[in-house]
Unconditional design. Structure first.
Ligand code: NCD
Length: 319
């Protein structure tokens, strides 16, 4: 079954093209529901997709919910506050329950790393990881990559189209599922990836394909793309971050700092933004910011991800 648990599960050239197709469809048939349904999955069109959101979310949840509807399916949103997890039910039992009720897919956001894999082990339907603790966030990385692909003029998606480009990801790398999933996809298309954080927010182990550095100047030097990340205070042990002011002073992405990046360097952020902390207002709202383009790509990306996970795959024996 094609679960989507890690960025490494994503079939890259195919996904970029499908996201593009969904974007075009959206542009053509903004008010035509039929337009969106044309290429939806007729055999699934009656079912429900469970959206289990056990952590706060605005962008990811809104995009998945709209994507489920765009595919002609029904979103069944369950949050930690409203679920039987409050009564002591395990995630495995919740997933088994939803499968027994006939959902056709499960989208899961969860505070624990590995939760999506655990759900997939007991699920009879595809599980899509919408962010599990500090582990992975594959659909976010996919929409980030798509945003860059469009920005760079939609080069041959099967090529190493980011070869020769430097991408600097700056912020709380140690706790960032976005950084981990992005690293997987960016290196697959040839990017040179730098991960930059204060020493105690760098990961303990090396990450294959990335250059780790506490030196912001070194990370930003000649960068083509800079991605700022939020400090994941909900995942930090106490005392890891000495002071917000020190972080702002030494690591904030602002216009002055970007002077050493390439003149045409673009800036990204997965959101939510802590304006004035990891990124200045001036940069977040500047012409070089791709932040709202990322948000915009979120819906088409989730349409393509759901379509991929819920489609019958010849190797799985399903028809
Ligand atoms: C990220 C997340 O939740 O992992 N946001 C998102 O999904 N758009 C990043 C974050 O919370 O900082």
């Amino acid at each position: 079954m094609p679960h989507l648990l890690s960025a490494s599960d994503l079939p890259l050239p195919q996904m970029l093209l499908r996201i593009r197709a969904w974007e075009e469809k959206r542009a053509r048939g903004r008010d035509s529901r039929q337009g969106l349904l044309e290429q939806a999955l007729p055999f699934r069109a009656e079912g429900s997709v469970a959206l289990l959101f056990y952590e706060p979310s605005t962008r990811t949840r809104a995009a998945f919910e709209q994507a489920v509807v765009a595919l002609g399916l029904h979103p069944l949103v369950i949050t930690a506050e409203s679920a039987s997890v409050q009564k002591g039910e395990t995630l495995a039992d919740t997933v088994r329950t939803l499968c027994a009720q006939g959902v056709v897919g499960v989208v899961l956001r969860h505070p624990e790393a590995g939760a999506a894999h655990a759900a997939a082990r007991v699920s009879s339907v595809p599980v899509l990881n919408a962010g599990d603790g500090a582990h992975e966030h594959p659909t976010q990385a996919m929409l980030d990559l798509y945003t860059l692909w469009v920005h760079f003029g939609m080069p041959d998606p099967a090529s190493h189209w980011l070869a020769g480009r430097k991408v600097a990801i700056v912020g709380d790398i140690a706790h960032s599922r976005v950084a981990r999933s992005n690293l997987i996809l960016l290196t697959r298309v040839g990017a040179e990836v730098w991960l930059c954080a204060p020493p105690n927010l760098l990961p303990a182990a090396t990450l294959p394909g990335a250059t780790l550095t506490p030196c912001l100047q070194e990370a930003l030097q000649n960068a083509d793309v800079v991605m700022a990340l939020r400090l994941q205070r909900e995942r930090m042990e106490q005392g890891l971050l000495p002071s917000l002011n020190a972080y702002r002073r030494d690591y904030q992405i602002n216009a002055q700092r970007l002077a050493c990046a390439r003149p045409d360097c673009v800036v990204m952020h997965p959101g939510p933004l802590n304006r004035g902390v990891e990124i200045s207002d001036e940069v977040a709202d500047s012409a070089r910011s791709l932040i709202l383009k990322q948000v915009h790509a979120g819906l088409a990306t989730r349409c393509a991800c759901l379509e991929y996970a819920l489609s019958p795959h010849p190797e799985s024996g399903a028809v």
